[in-house]
Design a protein around this ligand. Structure first.
Ligand code: PLP
Length: 381
């Protein structure tokens, strides 16, 4: 069990997020160690978590940012990230979002369709700007992850299909206010095996070879994010295998002389440093089951309800005999359940419970449904 400052938790109103900033810092150091090459550029996928203390740590580590909305571009700029390290993806960029990116001269728009490219050209021309763009290619790679978080299959809404790519590259190269920088890929999330990344490298190599023959070369390749974390064993594996991850690209991706390689990691950076801390309100004995009703619900952590995700549940204040519980929240929806048939030490009213590995897509997805308050956070620095 992780070393939580339980005495500090006792005085706090639950639920709240707890961030182990020391672990985040160690994680960032491992990333820096294994991506320490002048041609590698790591961007933090800010949609995973925009907590100010977390962002400050990531900014200090020198990472760039990957955004998927104008609001995220603003959040990144407000947190002090430099515009020339911001890349901006998303299937549906609004005009104001494109204008915002151009106004601040962000590093790159990751463009997902021809109509989007044409609108970027039009807006950039009106503003007297040149938009740097990468084309987001849908490489048709199966990431072998949950179907809600695969993004690189032909049937997904993301990116440009391979058959359409020739035409769009040609058009992009003719545009006066668009500078084609490279190709962008992102095949999915919570990928815990190497294979999909290897297949991605092979696809990229084939594409680069094909276009080199036509005399088209790219300044940069962006392979997106998607590296997973160990939700089942957060204490054994607090830091993902970044060494193996970066080595896969080093070994299998053929970069041209001077070509940049960009990464966009979200979950793997912030996932393990966050926990949602909650209290047991009531233990209810059903006819078939025992329910531990906690004061956090899917309003604070929606991943279980949204993707059938499971976060390890730990009772931090009980060492009673282990019993079987369904751990549920107070929200008026049956999907408001954090775990079924969990084996936990005897749950009592007032016990403090941690939902582990909640740093990514946790706090940022919190809602005010049922007029609940957004969760606060506390930190171990
Ligand atoms: C969500 C997203 C990422 C980050 O994904 P993780 O699985 O959190 O690493 C990277 N790039 C794009 C374009 C994304 O949409």
């Amino acid at each position: 069990m992780a070393n939580f400052p339980i005495a500090e938790f006792e005085n706090q109103r639950t639920p709240f997020y707890f961030y182990d900033i020391e672990l985040l810092r160690n994680t960032l150091n491992v990333i820096k160690e294994h991506s320490n090459r002048p041609d590698y550029h790591v961007h933090y996928a800010i949609k995973a978590n925009v907590n100010a203390v977390v962002l400050e740590e990531i900014r200090k580590a020198g990472l760039g940012v990957d955004c998927v909305s104008g609001g995220e571009v603003e959040a990144a700029l407000n947190a002090g990230f430099e515009a020339n390290k911001i890349v901006f993806a998303g299937v549906g960029k609004s005009d104001w979002e494109i204008e915002l990116g151009l106004e601040h001269d962000i590093a790159c728009f990751n463009v997902e369709s021809l109509p989007e490219l044409e609108i970027i050209q039009e807006i950039a021309s009106k503003m007297g700007k040149v938009a740097r763009v990468a084309l987001r290619v849908n490489p048709n790679v199966d990431a072998h992850t949950h179907h809600y978080i695969t993004t690189g299959l032909a049937e997904n809404k993301f990116g440009i299909n391979l058959e359409k790519l020739d035409e769009i590259i040609e058009k992009a190269m003719m545009m006066t206010n668009v500078e084609l920088q490279g190709l962008h890929f992102h095949i999915g999330s919570q990928i815990t095996i190497t294979e999909p990344f290897k297949v991605l490298c092979e696809k990229v190599n084939a594409l680069q070879a094909k276009y080199a023959e036509k005399g088209v070369t790219f300044k940069s390749i962006n392979v997106g994010g998607g590296l997973g974390i160990d939700y089942d064993n957060p204490d054994e594996n607090p830091i993902p295998d970044f060494k193996g991850y970066f080595e896969t690209f080093k070994n299998y991706l053929k970069l041209n002389e001077g070509q940049e390689l960009h990464f966009e990691l979200g979950r793997s950076i912030v996932g393990q440093c966050g926990s949602l801390i909650t209290r047991v309100l009531y233990v209810k004995e059903g006819t078939e089951k025992k329910f531990a009703i906690v004061d956090a619900g899917f309003t604070e952590l929606i991943r279980p309800a949204l993707y059938e995700a499971h976060h390890n549940i730990e009772n931090l204040t009980s060492d009673g005999e282990v019993e079987k519980y369904d751990v549920v929240g107070p929200i008026c929806e049956s999907s408001d359940c954090f775990g079924k048939e969990e084996m936990l030490p005897k749950m009592r009213r007032g016990d403090i419970v941690a939902l582990r590995s909640a740093g990514a897509y946790g706090e940022i997805m919190a809602s005010q449904y049922n007029c609940r308050k957004l969760p606060k956070s506390i930190y171990k620095m």
